[in-house]
Design a binder for this molecule. Structure first.
Ligand code: BGC
Length: 477
């Protein structure tokens, strides 16, 4: 497919109802660089990245995309792209270097300018308060295992609300608490590198509590924008219909999806099958009133969707990825391969129709408790060269995005919401190739290629595809 073959672009554009948001998403730590500039304090990820072997090829986040110094250029790219909205995160340690106490005005000033420039460019800011870069002093005090971190997060949210509450259109409190819990606290593949397996769950509870307290802080400050959270959702299927496989699928569904969504949307943690109780015991004891705080009413619910999971009972043949908890070999389940789907550069199955199923299943489970939904992230990495002399022909990314958006729209039912899911927007992950956490620079997700030696930005074919979609949509409006 090339941009010239825009038949599908026209069809897709015609299906976007007025007001549907098309955006791009990013995270501070993955793009900003300038980790020691203008008073920023270190985060847990700064420390983790320095551990030998933690990051593929020893990739350093010190410069990343140098967005801290090149924000103007990146806004200009978004303007050319024609997106309605930009989702980005604030770096907590840039704003409050110790995670508590004194504020770094220069950090606030950077985001102040960014927000004003976005607004001037006609791009609506969606601000994520926490995308994984916990201030290091808080990490040293236990990070999300420590209940105090939730209170600190609420205090930081109040500072930010005070400064930007009049200009930010949408707020995301926490990005993917499940990823932090599992990758950071259970498996050790991400910062802070703990390998607690099922004892990781207090980190989930405290992030959820931090989320609820942040919502309260934003509301108390009277922010004008809408408030939500971004959770990753991975539909989980058993490899076979065997009881043991189904039980493990239930366990993973709780671990990946329902602990978060049930607490936020229903105000309760799911009740596991009694055979699974030992795994979930570290989720308690929960203090009185916590779940009511976690279940604050939201204006929207953000879904990050990348891939589905298929699970089988029994220990897996698979080797455990380097750097992750070796005890994983002892858990009585393993992930089974989806033979029927192609895979991305990360080896993740491409299953666009499962996004529609996921949205419909959420509608059934949560009913009237489900707020309007934004897909706050979706995208894919593919092997691409480090240096280019023109647009990368990333046909596979165009197909990925067109299919995922298309399938998401099928979940909305006639007229956009009627009996279906009230889907308000889709944010592509991501604008720029960037620091892909433990994968360093080995996985390129961007609509724009970044040469990490020269920092030159070169839009890929997918950039022009999304631009064509934006233009066709305006034409239909
Ligand atoms: C995270 C992003 C990450 C993307 C691709 C999401 O889970 O929010 O920070 O880059 O996945 O791995």
């Amino acid at each position: 497919m090339t941009v010239q073959d825009t038949g599908s672009v026209e069809d897709l554009a015609a299906r976007l109802r007025p007001g549907f948001t098309l955006g791009v998403a990013s995270a501070a730590f993955q793009i900003e660089g300038s980790l020691t500039t203008d008073g920023r304090g270190p985060s847990g990820w700064d420390a983790f990245s320095e551990k030998p072997g933690a990051i593929v090829d020893g990739g350093s986040p010190a410069i990343a995309c140098d967005h801290y110094n090149r924000a103007d250029q990146d806004i200009a790219l978004m303007q050319e792209l024609g997106v309605d909205s930009y989702r980005f995160s604030l770096s907590w340690p840039r704003i409050q270097p110790d995670g508590q106490g004194s504020i770094n005005q220069r950090g606030l000033d950077f985001y102040d300018r960014l927000i004003d420039k976005l607004l001037a460019a006609g791009i609506s800011p969606m601000v994520t308060l926490y995308h994984w870069d916990t201030p290091l002093p808080l990490e040293h005090a236990g990070g999300w295992l420590n209940r105090q971190t939730a209170l600190r997060f609420a205090a930081y949210s109040a500072i930010v609300a005070e400064r930007f509450g009049d200009r930010v259109d949408s707020w995301v409190t926490v990005n993917e608490p499940v990823s932090v819990t599992l990758q950071g606290y259970a498996l050790g593949a991400h910062a802070p590198g703990h390998q607690l397996l099922f004892d990781c769950l207090p980190a989930a509870h405290h992030q959820l509590l931090g989320h609820g307290m942040a919502v309260q802080a934003l509301r108390a400050a009277g922010v004008s924008g809408q408030i939500g959270i971004s959770n990753m959702h991975s539909p989980v299927r058993p490899a076979t219909n065997k009881l043991s496989d189904r039980l493990m699928a239930e366990a993973l569904d709780l671990i990946l999806n329902r602990i978060y969504a049930d607490a936020i949307l229903l105000g309760q943690y799911p009740k596991p099958h009694f055979a699974l109780w030992p795994w979930f015991r570290s989720l308690g004891p929960v203090q009185d009133g916590d779940l009511a705080v976690i279940a604050q009413p939201l204006d929207f619910y953000g879904v990050n969707y990348y891939y589905p999971i298929k699970v089988a009972s029994g220990r897996g043949p698979a080797e455990i990825p380097t750097g992750t908890a070796e005890e994983m070999v002892n858990v009585p389940f393993h992930l089974a391969a989806y033979q029927e789907y192609p895979v991305t550069g990360f080896g993740w199955p491409e299953a666009p129709e499962q996004l529609a199923t996921l949205l419909q299943e959420m509608k059934v489970r949560y009913g009237a408790s489900l707020p309007p939904i934004y897909i706050t992230e979706g995208g894919a990495s593919f092997p691409e060269p480090d240096h280019v002399s023109g647009p990368v022909q990333d046909t596979d990314r165009i197909t990925y995005l067109a299919e995922h958006l298309g399938h998401a729209l099928t979940a909305t039912g006639p007229g956009g919401q009627a009996e279906g899911v009230d889907l308000r927007g889709y944010y592509v992950w991501t604008l720029l190739d960037n620091f892909e956490w433990a994968a360093g620079y080995s996985q390129r997700f961007g609509l724009v290629h970044v040469d990490f030696e020269t920092l030159e930005r070169t839009p890929k074919e997918s950039f022009y595809w999304l631009r064509a979609l934006e233009r066709a949509r305006r034409h239909h409006a």
